[in-house]
Design a protein around this ligand. Structure first.
Ligand code: PLP
Length: 434
């Protein structure tokens, strides 16, 4: 059957069959894992129907599968893989950690080093504390806001993602953290204001991503963020900026780009050099409540808050490798690549676009502006699925939901490969549009 004559469903079926035939070891691995792990999985976002490909190793900006596939790593561990897999400065720091013992149970010099780097880059972060994930960082930030304001409600946004228990896309998960959430419309200040005003005396905090990552790489309008900042300031309410993903977009994160001064910021992902990491920080008067030298301080525990690998890899990677100049350069490269991909889709009048900022992007199979998850609800999801399988065929490793992230080791060769794969997809699949 010629491709032109195929329906989208037929093409998808064929792609899935090809995927299954090409990855028998991964299929067997998943079946074996399923005996002890639900679905053979411990991280939902990595599950991929009909079964996920198992990765055997990684190097530079490439990942290698159990079935012998070699892929350019455009998933980039959902932004935590910024340094790629072989950064020499991080390797050296980890080797030193290995040589000097890694479960010490005491303060270590690198935690202060990493804290100083963060506070210097983010003027709004006067004091910082570490955690083990972005989820944990957000949990602490929200609880801090509730504790210090004595208020109860937490404002989040449609399409927002702040961790496994803070998912605000689609149906509400039964394991959502048990806070009294108000879910406001993203990028819609009037709609948000109405909700804020209705509950203004009991809102502890507003937490927002300045560019929704998991929600589909949707940048916030700068004025929208400014309105939130001003309203929270006027209402004795804590403005939490979740920069777990977006801190990579500039030396001082998107708050630097937009001139924001949140009361609290949360961080995570790549800042630990590729090891488990989370951080929450902000105004000194807020964070000093955690100072154990003060009477009535708030305790913040966590066996691995200052784990040696994270602190050493983070101080080396974030401090020495990912300098503000490098951050600016990576964002510029990402902007150029995204423009190039969009030009390919537009040139072919293919209903496909890449949204995002800098080194983060997401494909959407629909035309028109995407300002919130409501806008990409009209996208063609089976076509996005087909794009996923076609990219794999071309040696590109994307997120199943269409997210693509740059990493530092990537160069023109890898950018050309993605652009060629997108051009090939558009050419091959244009007959499937109707
Ligand atoms: N906040 C944002 C904006 C995120 O994108 C994520 C993860 O993707 C998190 C928080 C949660 O981080 P973690 O997966 O480290 O718990």
């Amino acid at each position: 059957m010629s491709t032109q004559a195929q329906t989208l469903q037929e093409a998808l079926q064929e792609a899935r069959a090809r995927y299954a035939a090409a990855n028998p070891r991964s299929r067997a691995q998943n079946a074996a894992a399923a005996e002890f792990m639900p679905g053979g999985n411990t991280r939902t976002v990595l599950f991929s129907d009909p079964f996920p490909i198992t990765l055997a190793s990684a190097d530079g900006c490439y990942v290698n599968s159990l079935d012998g596939g070699r892929y350019i790593d455009y998933l980039g561990e959902f932004t935590a893989g910024l340094f790629g897999h072989s950064d020499p400065a991080i390797k050296q720091a980890v080797q030193q950690a290995l040589d000097s013992g890694w479960v010490r149970g005491g303060h270590i010099p690198q935690e202060a080093e990493l804290a100083a780097i963060i506070c210097k880059r983010f003027p709004s972060i006067e004091r910082v504390r570490f955690a083990n994930s972005g989820t944990e960082a957000n949990l602490y930030a929200i609880q801090t806001a509730r504790a210090i304001t004595g208020k109860n409600k937490v404002v989040v946004f449609e399409g927002g993602y702040h961790g496994g228990v803070f998912v605000f896309s689609g149906a509400r998960s039964p394991i959502t953290a048990p806070f009294d959430f108000i879910v406001a419309p993203y990028n819609d200040w009037e709609g948000t204001l109405a909700l804020l005003e209705a509950d203004k005396d009991d809102i502890a905090c507003v937490i927002v991503e300045p560019h929704q990552g998991s929600g589909g790489c949707i940048p916030a309008r700068p004025a929208f963020l400014k309105h939130i900042e001003a309203w929270t300031r006027e209402h004795d309410c804590i403005f939490i900026l979740d920069e777990v993903m977006t801190s990579r977009l500039a030396g001082g994160g998107l708050q630097e780009v937009h001139g924001l001064k949140p009361d609290m910021t949360t961080l995570g992902k790549y800042i630990g050099g590729g090891f488990s990491f989370g951080a929450f920080g902000g105004r000194a008067d807020i964070m000093e409540r955690y100072n154990p030298q003060r009477a009535g301080y708030i305790g913040h525990a966590g066996t691995f808050n200052n784990n040696v690998f994270t602190m050493c890899a983070g101080a080396a990677g974030y401090g020495k490798v990912f300098t503000p100049d490098v951050a600016a350069e990576l964002s510029a490269r990402g902007d150029r690549l995204r423009a190039r991909l969009n030009a390919i889709a537009a040139g072919a009048s293919f209903p496909m676009q890449f949204t995002g900022l800098g080194s983060m992007m997401n494909v959407h199979m629909c035309p028109g502006e995407i300002a919130s998850v409501r806008d990409h609800a009209r996208a063609n999801l089976p076509l996005r699925d087909l794009f996923y399988f076609d990219l794999l065929d071309q040696g590109i490793w994307p997120a199943r939901r269409g997210m693509l992230n740059l990493s530092l080791p990537m160069g023109e060769r890898e950018f050309d490969a993605l652009a060629d794969a997108v051009a090939g997809f558009v050419e091959k699949r244009k007959g499937l549009q109707t």
